[in-house]
Design a protein around this ligand. Structure first.
Ligand code: FES
Length: 115
C-alpha cells in the first residue's frame, strides 16, 4: 500500500464509527476498582475495560494467574468480574451501564461475601 488515497492525495485514517456510518451515543461513567472509566452505549463491560487499557480483571482460583476476556462470546468464562456486588458475571456479555461498579475478582469471587 502506498499510503495514498484517490488521485494521489495522502490517505486519511478513518475511525470505525466513521467507516460504518455510526453516530455513537453520549459517553457515560462507570468504575473499575474505584477508578472512573468511560463507556459508550452498547459497549460490553469487557469492551469498556479494554478501551480503558485494562486487560486483566480477575485471578484464577488455584494459582492466582491474571485473566481477562479471551473468547469474547460467553464461552470461556475467563472474563468473570464482580459487577455491582454480584460475582461471576461475564464481562463480555454484560452491557455497561452508567454507574456500574466493577470489582476485580479473586478466586471464585465469593471471598468477600463470606465475611
Ligand atoms: S471472554 Fe469468554 S466468556 Fe467472556
Amino acid at each position: 500500500m502506498s499510503g495514498r488515497g484517490h488521485a494521489g492525495t495522502p490517505a486519511r485514517a478513518r475511525d470505525v464509527a466513521e467507516l460504518v456510518g455510526a453516530s455513537p451515543g453520549t459517553e457515560f461513567e462507570l468504575s473499575f476498582d474505584g477508578r472512573p472509566i468511560r463507556a459508550l452505549p452498547g459497549q460490553s463491560i469487557a469492551a469498556a475495560l479494554w478501551t480503558a487499557g485494562i486487560l486483566s480483571w480477575r485471578t484464577t482460583r488455584v494459582n492466582g494467574n491474571p485473566r481477562g476476556a479471551f473468547c469474547g462470546i460467553g464461552s470461556c468464562f475467563d472474563c468473570l468480574a464482580t459487577v455491582n456486588g454480584r460475582p461471576n458475571q461475564r464481562a463480555c456479555l454484560l452491557p455497561a451501564r452508567p454507574g456500574d461498579t466493577i470489582t476485580p475478582q479473586k478466586g471464585d469471587g465469593h471471598g468477600e461475601l463470606l465475611r
